[in-house]
Write a protein that binds this ligand. Structure first.
Ligand SMILES: Cc1cc2nc3c(=O)[nH]c(=O)nc-3n(C[C@H](O)[C@H](O)[C@H](O)COP(=O)(O)OP(=O)(O)OC[C@H]3O[C@@H](n4cnc5c(N)ncnc54)[C@H](O)[C@@H]3O)c2cc1C
Length: 485
């Protein structure tokens, strides 16, 4: 981004006073490292420490998914010979049910306690936390309005903007918090929805569709594309679609929601192709909008893109000297882990340390559906388009002995290695807990390990990770015999 890199010759300074707008992962991780390095750090946060990540997004959704996973395991346990009294049968579903008010109480309690823990650790690190709404005042000051309506100006030598994002709304499908919901309102439900229509088949939509189905709701997923999860590995998305079909999730594909209205007892979702879906509730999962309006960016010379995201480079600099940005407000990659990394990089850069720029191709990410889909590095689409020359091995988990013991019938490991050199450059794992299995492959991608390094590392027998080394072993043949397809 030319406009940003024109700053490269700007004089480096190690700021004494750092002000951070937003206490999510982008803000609080930066605050911790800056305070550790001896800076005087202040965070301005209007909702609660941990940000949306902790209060409405990652923590509550993953806690809900943990309950859905517990239900899945209970319901699948008859296949292991487990019986629940005389009425149980070999049928896949048992009589387990989710006490939704308890489930939601638990997840909100967990989110608030996590927010308090973060508040306490950040404060213990010596960071000042101000509860209030802030806006940038040029060059690097923040004007704060507290809940009581008092306004003060916080003077700083450098600023990090980490204001995150909020759910996108469609004019014809306004959430009412009762029947038509966005993901921040989904935790108000006291009963499992009878029929949840989820609009949007990206990661958030797919995760909620999967969870609600496992929790016992009828689910219809409205997808504008041919396949759910358009940004993910197509083999993984196709496996998930089959798994959805088996679990009873209906997918209304190749259509968008034109409008969502409340009816007497539920909702009516009209699709652009004329179909009308009736449900009890509708969850809108159509993406996020960066929180970049009315925070003084333009006046301070901080450029935004057409989508409203703050323009940053790979060391988190914006177009204004001394102003950095991290997280969802930058639109780099909307993940808590990336936000935190951008925040840490911003601090390292402003303090003149040797900085490793953000490398998105090393980011490990996960879709918390059932099964999970974890990825790192180069993708199948990039290989197919010719951007990367790679050998690929895809190994189904069905033959893995541990998978058989665990009654895992679907899932795979896919590894990409650079053609000729055999370096691991990407991977996909589709399995229960794929989020935990991807780490060794992320390590291999980050440290440019050879497939033989992965294949030559002991794995536990029997284990799902045995399939990681087995896939790497099979890739060895491609390196040894380069002509093999
Ligand atoms: C349903 C859902 C599930 C997700 N699950 C995952 C996951 O499993 N893993 C993952 O890595 N990512 C996940 N994400 C993405 C993740 O939530 C975001 O990437 C992450 O929250 C970004 O962190 P952030 O610091 O940029 O912003 P946020 O976490 O949004 O924090 C920004 C903070 O800034 C505050 N703020 C905004 N404006 C102002 C202002 N003017 N003054 C004061 N304070 C202000 C807000 O109150 C907020 O607390 C999920 C997202 C969603 C929607």
């Amino acid at each position: 981004m030319g406009t940003v890199t024109s700053q490269t010759s700007a004089k480096r300074f190690a700021p004494d006073r750092i002000a951070i707008l937003g206490g999510g992962p982008g803000g609080y991780e930066a605050a911790m490292v800056a305070a550790d390095a001896g800076a005087e750090v202040t965070i301005v946060e209007e909702k609660g420490m941990g940000g949306s990540a902790v209060l409405t997004d990652v923590v509550p959704s993953k806690t809900l998914i943990a309950t859905a996973d517990a239900m899945r395991r209970v319901n699948a346990s008859t296949a292991f010979g487990v019986r629940f009294g005389e009425h149980s049968s070999d049928k896949y579903e048992t009589e387990a049910w989710a006490d939704f008010s308890k489930v939601n109480q638990r997840l909100m309690k967990l989110a608030h306690s996590q927010s308090r823990d973060i508040h306490a650790s950040v404060e213990a690190a010596g960071v000042r936390i101000i509860a209030g709404r802030g806006r940038l005042v040029a060059p690097t000051n923040i004007e704060v309005t507290t809940e009581a309506g008092e306004t003060t100006v916080l003077e700083a030598d450098a600023v990090i903007i980490a204001t995150g994002a909020h759910p996108r709304e469609l004019g014809s499908a306004k959430p009412d918090g009762e029947r038509i919901l966005n993901w921040t309102q989904a935790y108000n439900l006291t009963e499992v929805p009878e029929h949840m229509i989820v609009v949007g088949s990206g990661v958030t939509g797919a995760e909620f569709a999967s969870a609600y189905r496992r929790l016992g709701a009828d689910v219809t997923l409205v997808s504008s594309r041919d396949q759910v999860l358009p940004g993910e590995d197509s083999d993984a998305a196709s496996l998930l679609e089959n798994s959805f079909a088996r679990a009873g999730v209906k997918v209304a594909s190749r259509s968008r929601a034109e409008s969502v209205e409340r009816t007497e007892n539920g909702v009516k979702v009209t699709l652009t192709d004329g179909r009308v879906l009736d449900g009890s509730h509708c969850l809108m999962a159509v993406g996020g909008i960066p929180n970049t309006e009315n925070i003084g960016l333009e006046e301070a010379g901080v450029e935004t893109t057409e989508s409203g995201h703050i323009r940053v480079d790979t060391v988190s600099r914006t177009t204004a000297a001394g102003v950095y940005a991290a997280g969802d407000c930058t639109g780099m990659m909307p993940l808590a882990s990336v936000a935190a990394m951008q925040g840490r990089i911003a601090v390292a850069h402003m303090q003149g340390e040797a900085v490793k720029p953000l490398q998105l191709h090393r980011v490990a990410s996960n879709v918390f559906t059932s099964p999970e889909i974890a990825t790192v590095g180069v993708t199948q689409a990039q290989v197919d388009s010719g951007k990367y020359q790679a050998d690929v091995v895809k190994l189904d988990l069905a033959t893995n002995p541990r998978a058989k013991m665990m009654n895992i019938r679907e899932g795979f490991v896919k590894i990409f290695s650079r053609k000729g050199s055999g370096t691991v450059i990407g991977a996909v794992v589709v399995a229960p807990r794929a989020s935990e299995l991807i780490f060794p492959l992320a390590l291999a991608v980050t440290h440019k390990l050879h497939v033989d390094d992965v294949a030559g590392t002991f794995t536990v027998y029997p284990s799902l990770s045995g399939s990681l080394s087995e896939a790497a072993r099979r890739l060895h043949l491609h390196v040894a015999e380069p002509n093999q397809s």
